[in-house]
Design a protein around this ligand. Structure first.
Ligand code: AMP
Ligand code: MG
Length: 421
């Protein structure tokens, strides 16, 4: 056959999203260095050494409520009327409970030896130094047992977890004043484009503000990276090579936006190729088709610094960062287990009448409709240049290639909680 079919030619050279991610992750190496930080400063860091408790939590049986501690065996004989022999607030250890008496006790206070049950104050009546407890008390009630939360010697937080507030609380609850975490990942970023100016400078003809710098740095900081910004890099081979060479120093990773196409104003590909190696992937997705991945350096024993270049288009930058750069970074940071975003299945509240050629990652919201049913809706303007769509959305709707959708059809939705931070 002599007919040349451009479309099939293109699709054969395109990678699927899964293939691209697979290739990328195969090249991501966790950084080895770790450091000790005060637990108070651990938020967002990746734990390098598991936290093992040296103590039981709770350390002793304690009262779950404000009430009266009793020996359940005393209740039948006394008819539930007992003298109050002691008072035990939290932080105080009372003496052994005398038979035939009750102890006034407060939440968190150690249950005195001999007592086996706490009766909540709401079901008791008092009369001077006496208390009457109801007849149907359940033996053993309202006591938090020694080691019920954490047993001494057990692992409470495993290495490879990004520490959230609740992990810090848990570490503190077993007395850990410091944690061993991975060193912060050092990422250098720059923005390519002669049309770019920084906010604070008036726009000249044909100029636009450099929004990607803010998106990119924000996304990286949300991931706990230490970011160095080289600013705006002019669209020349020399400027691009200079930026890359500088970025490769003292960096674990270089991220750039813009200039990754193959037009004559796009210098990232030739610049990275001169300083190292680069693949320019065409990925069967929208937005963000081209993605550049390579390494700077690596000759004669010097370190190799990975490089990821995203399209300059602000929505493409955001989406390619979330789907590709973020999993790569998470793997480098030493996150254990899957670093891929997890999707949920949800019903669409819209129709998609014409099948898409490439998989679409549409800016979307998953929220209850008027009837309280969770539904996915799309931002009205689907152009991949509209950054407002990203600010509006709470996730990405995955529209499979080659499919039409009716309202109510199930699709995959990836919440931003799986794509950022
Ligand atoms: P490029 O990938 O360099 O061809 O750029 C694609 C589109 O994204 C063009 O419309 C650029 O003006 C725009 N763009 C590139 N870099 C940025 C940036 N840093 N901030 C905002 N828009 C950008
Ligand atoms: Mg450009």
């Amino acid at each position: 056959m002599t007919t040349h079919n451009d479309c099939s030619e293109i699709s054969r050279s395109q990678l699927s999203v899964e293939e691209a991610l697979e290739l990328l992750l195969a090249q991501s190496r966790p950084i080895a260095d770790s450091e000790r930080v005060p637990t108070r400063s651990g938020l967002g860091r990746v734990l390098a050494e598991s936290v093992v408790s040296t103590i039981d939590v709770p350390g002793w049986d304690n009262s779950a409520m404000d009430g009266y501690a009793v020996r359940s065996a005393d209740l039948a004989a006394s008819g539930g009327r007992l003298p109050v022999s002691q008072r035990i607030p939290a932080g105080v250890v009372g003496p052994s409970l005398e038979s035939g008496t009750a102890a006034r006790i407060f939440t968190g206070a150690p249950v005195p030896a001999g007592a086996d049950t706490v009766v909540i104050q709401e079901s008791c009546t008092t009369d001077g130094d006496w208390v009457r407890v109801p007849p149907d008390v359940k033996a053993g009630a309202n006591i938090r047992r020694t080691g019920e939360d954490i047993a001494a010697g057990s692992q409470v937080i495993s290495a490879g977890i990004r520490l959230r507030a609740q992990h810090l609380g848990l570490a503190a609850s077993v007395g850990a004043a410091e944690l061993t975490v991975r060193r912060r990942l050092r990422v250098t970023v720059f923005s390519s484009g002669d049309e770019l100016v920084m906010p604070g400078t008036p726009l000249g003809p044909g100029q636009i503000y450099n929004s990607n710098r803010f998106t990119l740095i924000g996304l990286l900081e949300e991931l706990g990276c230490e970011v160095r910004d080289l600013g705006i890099v002019r669209d020349t081979l020399d400027a691009t090579m200079e930026a890359l060479a500088e970025a490769a120093e003292r960096s674990d990773l270089i991220l750039a936006s813009g200039g990754v196409s193959v037009g004559e104003e796009d210098h990232v590909k030739p610049a990275v190729e001169r300083l190292g190696s680069l693949d320019l992937w065409q990925i069967a997705m929208r937005p963000g088709k081209p993605l550049a991945f390579g390494h700077i350096g690596g000759h004669s024993g010097t370190g190799r610094t990975p490089f990821i270049g995203s399209p300059g288009n602000p929505v493409s930058l955001f989406v390619t960062f979330c789907l590709f750069a973020r999993p790569f970074i998470r793997r480098m940071q030493g996150i254990a287990g899957s670093v891929r975003p997890a999707a949920v299945t949800a019903e669409v509240g819209f129709t998609w009448p014409r099948p898409a050629k490439r998989r679409e990652f549409q800016r979307a919201r998953l929220e209850p409709d008027e009837g309280g049913r969770p539904r996915v809706s799309l931002y009205p303007n689907r152009s991949s240049a509209v950054l407002s769509s990203v600010a509006w959305a709470n996730g990405l709707a995955v529209i499979p290639e080659g499919r039409v959708l009716q309202a109510g059809d199930p699709i995959e939705f990836i919440p931003f909680s799986e794509l950022t931070g």
